[in-house]
Ligand binder design. Structure first.
Ligand SMILES: [Cu+2]
Length: 146
């Protein structure tokens, strides 16, 4: 019983390294032909020094950027985020309608249950790998951003 519980908690453990934690990484399933996807997750600085996220790359995409969506008067606009500072203990949510990783020009269509390998790049030179799961997004009307 104890052994089972330990094994289970190991499997469910979020990715963690160097004072960083990523939870629930996902890419909403989009129909074939859509040339931009998004990735969402929660990034937490569990260390005791500020971290600066300065970029992201994704296997199978020509480009990946950190974007922020802002909605004003029902119009959504996206802007690039060059540096995202995360204070010790702070969690930053990448989510629909806000901060997100934008994935552009996929080399293949998304498959439900597949994964997208992301690498988060930090100002201190650290590269943090994230496996995002491809799954349908509940209640999504649009594939990205809005
Ligand atoms: Cu975007």
């Amino acid at each position: 019983m104890i052994r089972f519980a330990l094994a289970l908690s190991f499997l469910a453990a979020p990715a963690m390294a160097g004072g960083l934690k990523v939870e629930s990484p996902m890419v909403p399933l989009a129909p074939p032909g859509v040339m931009a996807h998004a990735a969402y997750f929660t990034l937490t600085n569990t260390g005791d020094t500020p971290r600066q996220l300065i970029g992201v790359s994704a296997d199978g995409y020509m480009m990946a950027h950190i974007h922020m969506t802002e909605v004003k008067d029902d119009i959504a606009t996206m802007s690039s985020v060059d540096v995202l500072e995360i204070a010790p203990g702070q969690s930053v949510a990448f989510e629909r309608g806000g901060l997100h990783v934008m994935l552009m020009r996929p080399s293949a269509a998304l498959e439900d249950g597949g994964t997208v390998a992301l690498t988060l790049q930090f100002a201190n030179g650290e590269a943090f790998p994230v496996e995002a799961k491809v799954m349908p997004m509940m209640g999504a009307k649009h594939s990205h951003g809005s």
